[in-house]
Design a protein around this ligand. Structure first.
Ligand SMILES: Cc1ncc(COP(=O)(O)O)c(C=O)c1O
Length: 438
């Protein structure tokens, strides 16, 4: 029996769209498909509500905090998860009421906490004892609090995006009793604590750790009821579901993922009398597959290489500053030629293996071992799939390159910019030449 082909869930541009967008806005360019993003949210939400009818879906803006995208997520019924004052301000600019935002962070600054609470933020996720003490004076402001727990599970993912293990900077350990002490101290100080939170890691293709995380925080909630009479009314299991960067990445469907987590939590809460509202706050699995990055090829170069004889580099007009994930996590992507410079040219003559490199001052192999047409040439357009998450939001001005613009494509094929490219003027606006150097 042959395996059924994988269902393609990623957005990709057609040749005509790619040409038009590159001509209109230039490259490199982030492109997001509005209908695709809305559909991803709806599928997740439907899958979640099928098993947890009052479930709350939050959009983790760290994945992509472009204001128009936050607005879409809010329009689709998501609450908004922010991890800094900057992300909070982006949510407010999108027209999201502060009451629909949750603030995270393992070292929130006093200024950030004050701004958030004075603006009427709905929820703050408490992360350390110092924060609990410092926030006590805001007990009566209407903001609700949840306690972030480190459940002590080790997910199968890259170490840098693994957060649920006991040895983590995030939250309060369950195992060493910190979680319980945090709850008791927050209650003692009069903070309206409503429940618990965990986020075990990101790009999870194996949901085991996430299921265990949910189960462990539910068991913890049950224990807090028995030991202290604390009634948990809210349990948030974070984000984490993976996406299809390459054909080798096979994430679970939103529905299956939600069911497995909710079943585990329900089981842990059976006979406890607790019926908390369940919440999730995915980022990558909502926006990741809705975006692509469009690059233009600048040069193709064949060089001698040890063991393999030769290597063919294809240099694109972006790189580390618009997608740091390959350098940070060794991430792999799907790269396609979407348009030839000369559409009337001859056939491609099959594929060959390329190393796609960026234009920065590193020996960067942005995307290694990519199969692309043998006649790839300067001026061709490449699209990199699944770059909607942690690309725009992690972009930098390294080498003083302007960060790319983001274009949004609507259902009818029309498009608009939702974030423009940096200008050199604004990139240099922070510079100060002191008079001492005159
Ligand atoms: C606390 C928290 N919630 C949610 C997320 C979103 O995770 P993902 O984009 O993997 O769904 C993260 C990611 O780092 C996180 O740290």
């Amino acid at each position: 029996m042959t395996a059924a082909p994988l269902q393609e869930t990623r957005f990709r541009l057609s040749e005509q769209q790619a040409r038009e967008l590159a001509e209109t806005y230039g490259t490199p360019l982030y492109v997001v498909d509005e209908a695709h993003f809305r559909q991803r949210i709806r599928t997740y939400c439907d899958g979640f509500r099928a098993v947890a009818p009052t479930g709350e879906l939050s959009f983790a803006t760290k994945a992509n905090s472009t204001v128009a995208l936050i607005k879409i997520a809010y329009q689709e019924g998501c609450s908004i998860d922010v991890a800094s004052e900057g992300e909070f301000r982006a949510a407010l600019m999108a027209g999201v009421p502060a009451s629909a935002c949750h603030l995270h962070g393992n070292n929130k600054q006093i200024g950030e906490l004050e701004t958030a609470i004075e603006a009427g933020i709905g929820m703050i996720v408490l992360d350390n004892f110092e924060e609990i003490e410092c926030i006590a004076k805001f007990a009566g402001h209407g903001t609700k609090f949840v306690i972030r727990l480190a459940p002590g599970v080790d997910p199968v993912t890259h170490a840098k995006i693994s957060t649920g293990q006991a040895d983590t900077k995030f939250g309060f350990n369950i195992m060493d009793g910190s979680g319980e002490r945090a709850l008791l101290r927050a209650i003692e100080l009069g903070l309206p604590v409503i429940g618990f939170h965990c986020h075990v890691g990101s790009q999870l293709l194996d949901p085991e750790a996430q299921i265990s995380g949910g189960e462990l925080i539910a068991k913890f909630a049950a224990e807090m009821k028995v030991r202290h009479g604390f009634e948990t009314t809210y349990l948030n299991v974070g984000g984490g579901l993976g996406v299809r960067y390459t054909d080798g990445d096979v994430p679970m469907s939103h529905a299956d993922y939600c069911r497995e987590i909710v079943v585990a939590i329900d089981k842990a809460l059976a006979d406890t009398g607790l019926n908390p509202k369940l919440a999730q706050e995915p980022g990558r699995s909502l926006i990741g597959e809705s975006g692509v990055t469009l690059y233009r090829v600048g040069s193709v170069k064949i060089v001698p290489a040890k063991e393999i004889g030769t290597r063919t580099y294809v240099a694109v007009d972006g790189g580390l500053s618009d997608n740091p994930r390959p350098a940070l996590y060794g991430s792999k992507y799907t790269v396609e030629r979407v348009a030839r410079k000369r559409p009337d040219g001859t056939g491609s003559g099959g594929d060959r293996t390329y190393t796609v490199s960026g234009k920065h001052c590193e020996t960067d192999k942005l995307f290694g071992d990519v199969q692309l047409p043998a006649d790839l040439a300067a001026g061709d357009l490449l699209q990199v799939l699944c770059t909607g998450a942690y690309n725009s939001s992690m972009a930098s001005n390294y080498n003083r390159y302007p960060r790319p613009a983001t274009a949004l494509i609507f259902r009818d094929g029309s498009h608009t910019l939702i974030q423009r490219r940096d200008t050199y003027e604004e990139m240099l606006a922070r510079e100060i030449l002191p008079k001492e150097l005159a």
